[in-house]
Design a protein around this ligand. Structure first.
Ligand code: PBG
Ligand code: ZN
Length: 340
């Protein structure tokens, strides 16, 4: 055989005729590939989002998110049992209240939709980990994530409401509080309020690094939380920024967060890796609504193999450093993993 005399960089100037290092040896069989696999995805990595709507009695499909529905309170018990039966350990709850107001007071109503959903979920399935998203965009009549002064979200007034919301979630029995509004000082404020109210054992998962993203579009249909004017760029991060992600993550570590999150996930794989390397807390990533919608649309057209693409994406998140993945694909992924 004739070998061209090309030098292989990094292999001691070895030329092709002497080729001794052959990575393909470890790809020769499914068994060897399994033995040397570096990243393993399991159902324990997944968290499934649930939208609970106070205004409905039957599930309503979310058009832009095929396979996802808003469910009534009466279906929360069955939903969490289905999740748990598939081996998925956690859900994150989002509430759509019947009434909205300027400050989002439904967020800290002891009988609010999320508080009732927490109680229903824990009653049906004590072992499921119930996470509740703590924000106000679903509860305000203007759709912004806090109290407005003019057109600006007032950070410090919103912190006081976040404290009330977090404590009312804890009183309802939530397992983890997950503030998502990108208010400065939100972790310290919530930690202090939980501790003062006797919930020092309740962890806080911080949406620490959350970008002002176009990928949230379908979620805002699902949760009825689109801002009625402007955008969220004065509180969520500029997608162009990397150093700022570390600054946000370190702040939340210092303020006492128990877990961090990067969101969205796909366009921010570099950020996931950097936050993972720079911190010691468990790291969640949120595979958001727009990422889900794109995959579902392409799959519905027969343009991609959904199972293959979704599993590849999930192991990509883990490879990038994710310990937990919040995803609308969670139940499908669990079914695929369980069938293997
Ligand atoms: C609430 C919140 C949002 C998402 C999670 N919590 C929307 C937003 O910030 O506008 C987005 C989730 C998704 O797109 O799947 N602040
Ligand atoms: Zn919000």
């Amino acid at each position: 055989m004739h070998w061209p005399s090309i030098l292989i960089p990094g292999v001691n100037n070895m030329s092709l005729p002497d080729l001794m290092i052959r990575p393909r040896r470890l790809r020769n069989s499914a068994t060897i590939r399994r033995m040397v696999r570096e990243t393993v995805l399991t159902t324990a990595d997944l968290i499934y989002p649930l939208f609970v709507d106070e205004t409905i009695t039957e599930a309503v499909a979310v058009k832009s998110m095929p396979g996802v529905s808003r469910i009534p309170l009466s279906q929360v018990g069955d939903a969490v049992q289905e999740v748990a039966a598939l081996g998925v350990p956690g859900v994150i709850l989002f509430g759509i209240p019947a009434e909205k107001d300027a400050v989002g007071s439904g967020g800290w109503d002891a009988d609010g939709i999320v508080q009732r959903a927490i109680r229903a979920a824990k009653a049906a399935c004590p072992d499921i980990c119930v996470i509740a998203d703590a924000c106000f965009c679903e509860y305000t009549d203007h759709g912004h994530c806090g109290v407005l002064h003019g057109e600006e979200v007032d950070n410090d007034e919103t912190l006081i409401n976040l404290q009330k919301e977090a404590v009312s979630y804890a009183e309802a029995g939530v397992d983890i509080v997950a503030p998502s509004g990108m208010m400065d000082g939100m972790i310290a404020a919530i930690r202090t309020a939980l501790d003062d109210a006797g919930f020092s054992h309740t962890p806080v998962m911080s949406y620490a690094v959350k970008y002002a993203s176009g990928y949230f579009g379908p979620f805002r249909d699902a949760a009825d939380s689109a801002p009625s004017f402007g955008d969220r760029a004065s509180y969520q991060m500029d997608p162009a920024n990397r150093r700022e992600a570390l600054k946000e993550a370190f702040l939340d570590v210092d303020e006492g967060a128990d877990m961090l999150m990067v969101k969205p996930a796909l366009a921010y794989m570099d950020i996931i890796r950097e936050v993972k390397d720079a911190t010691q807390l468990p790291l969640a990533v949120y595979n958001v609504s727009g990422e889900y919608a794109m995959v579902k649309a392409a799959a519905a057209n027969g343009w991609i193999d959904e199972k293959r693409v979704v599993l590849e994406t999930m192991s990509g998140f883990k490879r990038a450093g994710a310990d937990m993945i919040l995803t609308y694909h969670a139940l499908d992924v669990a079914r695929w993993l369980n069938e293997k």
